[in-house]
Design a protein around this ligand. Structure first.
Ligand SMILES: Cc1cc2nc3c(=O)[nH]c(=O)nc-3n(C[C@H](O)[C@H](O)[C@H](O)COP(=O)(O)OP(=O)(O)OC[C@H]3O[C@@H](n4cnc5c(N)ncnc54)[C@H](O)[C@@H]3O)c2cc1C
Length: 417
């Protein structure tokens, strides 16, 4: 019997396998895909992630130190940082590099096997695939978005999600990340062009409804502008959780990564949080395996620890996301325009406590901005309390925002899923 079975060889599963196998535990990783890491993703990862989980420089397509945000009014605001804040990587190769190191450390990989059932017994977990059953003392469930296995264990599923759609395109003159906002493009969310290798970019968007139609419109608008010259592959869709599972552990089981909802709700980026959460899971499991104490009560420590690391970000980020979904196009355009004025964007970009992967302090700064904050505070006073502005606290009396009406905006959107 193995010490641990990891189901899912994405960033979360591979990193858990690497860390457990490196400590001498017997680990088997099972994934239904043959090609590790080949899952819909843009591969945009922040600098902190690379410092903690380094990557072969040969796998980096681009360093990112500038991005343009295109408002619904077509106004463009450009962010630029003195040094790169993120990189666009070959996602498949990056995720596989964790699996390669886990294999070197002794983990066994079984690819092309779908897990169809999990049986929790008193002294083991049985993992059933179409080709047989494997037993282990414990299980890391890292199956990504939409797995039925969470539900089978009685852990439910993340209560909110969004759909991502993306395809590789050929481009002309797209050398920086471009982010598009507005109800015509991606209501409540955003669309992107992220350049990869010269002449190519990943085009995509996040949306609650009608993802393929929205994507087709986005691509044809960029084709009319001459930015996209050709669609290289067919667009694909995949879900992204926006809220964490209420319970991410059970007897002998921990749930990590997208399966647990370890994703930034602001942008849908989940690689870094998955990697960090898998490390926390591995530390808890190692201790529990040593003590042979694998009850749900014992593994509850895992949830306590990942929450102390990520919970504030997930909560503040989700509130900010919901506020953003309430805003109509005129409000978004006016916020973007205000942000571009008086050097606020440059101030944000240069601020030492604004990070690519930690958004609560940036949300705090925006809430503290005289004009931007007053609009947003009207929508969600709770967010204002959660996202404490950094720097000297000042008492601020908000001016009433012009023509702002959350109800009207909500009517425009319809009730989100
Ligand atoms: C369009 C789009 C763009 C994105 N862009 C970014 C980005 O730029 N940066 C970023 O940080 N994040 C991005 N994300 C999110 C990111 O891809 C995920 O957060 C990340 O992959 C989560 O890792 P994971 O290991 O939890 O799950 P996954 O990477 O989804 O891996 C789960 C694995 O489990 C396997 N599996 C599932 N069920 C079973 C089963 N029953 N049996 C066996 N195996 C199973 C799957 O085959 C898969 O390999 C994007 C997501 C989307 C949809």
């Amino acid at each position: 019997m193995q010490d641990v079975i990891v189901v899912g060889a994405g960033p979360a599963g591979n990193n858990a396998a690497l860390s457990l196998a490196s400590q001498g535990y017997g680990v088997t990783v099972i994934d239904s895909r043959e090609n590790i890491g080949d899952k819909l993703c843009t591969g945009l990862v922040g600098e902190e992630c690379f410092r903690r989980y380094p990557i072969d420089p040969g796998l980096v397509y681009r360093d990112i130190s500038a991005a343009s945000v295109i408002a619904p009014s077509s106004e463009v605001v450009r962010f630029e940082t003195p040094s790169p804040v993120a990189r666009v990587v070959n996602r498949v190769a990056y995720v596989s590099s964790f699996a390669d190191r886990a294999t070197e450390a002794g983990a066994e990989y079984r690819l092309g096997h779908r897990v169809v059932r999990l049986d929790q017994c008193k002294d083991r977990v049985s993992v059933v695939t179409e080709s047989g059953t494997t037993d282990a003392r414990s299980l890391v469930l890292a199956t990504g978005f939409g797995s039925q296995l969470n539900r089978q264990l009685g852990l439910g599923e993340p209560s909110d999600y969004v759909v991502g759609v993306q395809a590789l395109v050929q481009t002309d003159g797209v050398d920086e990340v471009e982010v598009y906002l507005g109800r015509d493009v991606a209501p409540g969310f955003f669309a992107w062009l992220v350049p990869t290798q010269p002449g190519y970019a990943l085009a995509g968007l996040l949306v609650r409804k009608n993802a393929p139609e929205r994507f087709a419109n986005f691509v044809s608008a960029r084709q009319m502008e001459g930015k996209i010259t050709e669609l290289v592959d067919k667009p694909s869709c995949w879900g992204i959780p926006l809220r964490p599972l209420r319970k991410t552990y059970a007897n002998r089981v921990v749930v990590v990564g997208d399966a647990a909802g370890h994703v930034k709700p602001t942008t849908g980026g989940g690689i870094f949080y998955s990697l960090m959460a898998s490390e926390v899971a591995s530390e808890t499991l190692q201790q529990a395996l040593r003590e042979d104490q694998l009850s749900a009560n014992r593994l509850a420590t895992y949830q306590k620890e990942w929450k102390s690391l990520l919970s504030n970000e997930l909560e503040v980020g989700y509130s900010a996301r919901r506020v953003f979904e309430f805003l109509g196009d005129s409000h978004i355009s006016s916020l973007i325009c205000q942000a571009g004025k008086n050097g606020f964007v440059s101030e944000l970009a240069a601020s030492p406590d604004v990070f690519f992967d930690w958004h609560s302090s940036m949300i705090g700064k925006i809430m503290g901005h005289p004009t931007l904050g007053s609009v947003l505070r009207l929508v969600n006073p709770l967010l204002a309390r959660m996202a404490k502005p950094s720097g000297p606290t000042e008492i601020f009396v908000p001016e009433p925002a012009e023509e702002f009406s959350p109800e009207a905006s909500m009517a425009e959107t319809g009730t989100p899923v």
